[in-house]
Design a protein around this ligand. Sequence first.
Ligand SMILES: Cc1cc2nc3c(=O)[nH]c(=O)nc-3n(C[C@H](O)[C@H](O)[C@H](O)COP(=O)(O)O)c2cc1C
Length: 416
Amino acid sequence: MSTPVASVDANTGASPASQAAGTRPLPRALERCQNITDLREAARRRLPRGVFEFFDRGSEDEASLRNNREAFARIKLRNKVLVDVSRRSMAMPLFGKPMSMPLAIAPTGVAGVCWYEGEAELARAAAKAGVPFTLATPSVTSIETIAAVEGGRKWFQLYMWRERELSYALVQRAFDAGFEALILTVDTPAPPIREYNRRNGFSMPFQPNARALIDMALHPRWLMTVMARYLAKEGMPKLVHYPTGAVSRMAPGAAPKSAVPNLRGDNLTWDDLKRLRDIWRGPLMIKGVHLPEDAARAVEEGVDAVIVSNHGGRNLDSAVAPIEVLPEIAAEVGGRIPVLLDSGVRRGGDVVKALALGASAVLSGRPTLYGLSVAGEAGALHALSLLRREIDATMAFTGCASVSDIGPRAVWTGPR
Ligand SMILES: Cc1cc2nc3c(=O)[nH]c(=O)nc-3n(C[C@H](O)[C@H](O)[C@H](O)COP(=O)(O)O)c2cc1C
């Protein structure tokens, strides 16, 4: 099953590492981007400040956002020497289907504001890279448009609304469109507090204030290639899966309007999960788990995977970093179902650390968004290629020829 790393990738038609290494011509904007930090900086220059901060920043004091990276940095890797790793492979199955590396694209709402129809560009990049793509409920591009993207594995992320029937209708749409798996996000019982969005005038529905208008005018490339295309075709980008008026109603302190559906999600319980389990026949995951007892309950309820996540530091500030609680959750789950992890993955070494501590795979949120913002599909693919190259190198250094070789001995977590 093992494929040599220098072989041609069935999905991209290129050597997996070669795109990142620059052997295939890259769009100019990507040429200098040698890692995810470079891509972030290029995205920062390209996007209006309000848009960039919406994608890049965390909540409140951003303690979780910072700690997500610091927690990865605290874990060290160990060389394993004199192991033949000349024929190594990152490929692995998840839910019985192949992934070219242990990574999937996380759901990221309004990705279509980074790039015109950004969600479709991400889906195409994921398909080419051989990894699953997750479409978020709050997306600018519809379930059906994503379903029409050729190839690839497509997952749908669900925010369960107070008016459950509307959510079930979305689940049905995702099923009818052929989406493979469903992720129920369970870590957002209240709107997160992100003060910069208010200052920058960045909100959904997209109603830019004077500051945001100046900001956009200062970024003519984005204005012409993203916003102007929406305006010419369908008007302001909007959350296509949300009933009209419902987004404004969810804002804190908003006056309830009886004619508009209530989409708040603060009364979600395990009973809802049971119901969803009955409705959704494919793989079902829950995202946002921090407690071993919740992971154990998820297994009992017949969930197919848990995702340990703090929403990339965007929701509960001071929430623990997923990598810090991963070992106890993985121990509780005991291999009965896969445990996935996201939040703060920026290097292939982070992926190997997560796998060594019990994850089956990780999700990437911002890295692919940065790439998307710089060069659409090619940029997202570049982000995936950079991570792929780094996973490959880290596997070689730690003496792992396959993903199943990655275990606790690859990491050092501090003196006991
Ligand atoms: C701009 C943005 C929008 C997001 N929107 C959603 C969403 O709609 N649903 C969801 O479950 N998670 C959402 N997330 C969280 C991601 O799925 C993921 O948990 C997080 O980005 C992982 O952290 P990372 O960005 O450090 O990789 C969003 C993240 C970002 C950055």
